[in-house]
Design a protein around this ligand. Structure first.
Ligand SMILES: [Zn+2]
Ligand SMILES: [Zn+2]
Ligand SMILES: [Zn+2]
Length: 142
């Protein structure tokens, strides 16, 4: 398991450190997780790690595109390690839950601008806003 993450780090020329390995493992097990939750989960294994160290790791891994930062408007930043497949997200307005949804096209950019005015478009951000099944059920019950 660890060696897979070590390979990923080496491929992007990042030094292999315990906090970086721990963050990658945490994101594999908990997709769409916010900074505070990453911090508490990593800290359970590495009690000496500081909050600032976790911020730095998340920043470095995002810059290296090993992880992706998603921040639906009104929400805190969430991170995931599923990168490179141009998938999108369903976001619940009620509880803030985030779920993956495969891109119908499968590659970026998956929408065509009505007029790109000469821009070379390489990515389109798609967020499906709505209410998750749990929140729909709760609202019906009330
Ligand atoms: Zn919900
Ligand atoms: Zn996702
Ligand atoms: Zn798409």
């Amino acid at each position: 398991m660890t060696s897979e993450f070590e390979t990923q780090l080496r491929e992007v020329s990042l030094r292999v450190t315990q906090p970086r390995l721990a963050v990658l493992a945490t994101l594999r097990d908990h997709p769409h997780i916010d900074t505070d939750s990453v911090f508490s989960l990593v800290r359970a294994d590495l009690p000496a790690v500081s909050r600032q160290a976790i911020y730095d790791v998340l920043h470095a891994l995002t810059e290296a595109r090993l992880i992706r930062r998603i921040q639906p408007s009104g929400a805190t930043a969430h991170y995931e390690s599923r990168v490179g497949d141009n998938h999108h997200h369903l976001v619940c307005r009620s509880c803030g839950g985030i779920v993956d949804v495969d891109c119908a096209v499968g590659h970026a950019p998956c929408l065509t601008a009505s007029d790109d005015t000469g821009y070379v478009v390489d990515e389109v951000e798609v967020v499906y806003w709505g209410t998750c099944p749990e929140c729909v059920a709760k609202n019906v019950a009330q």
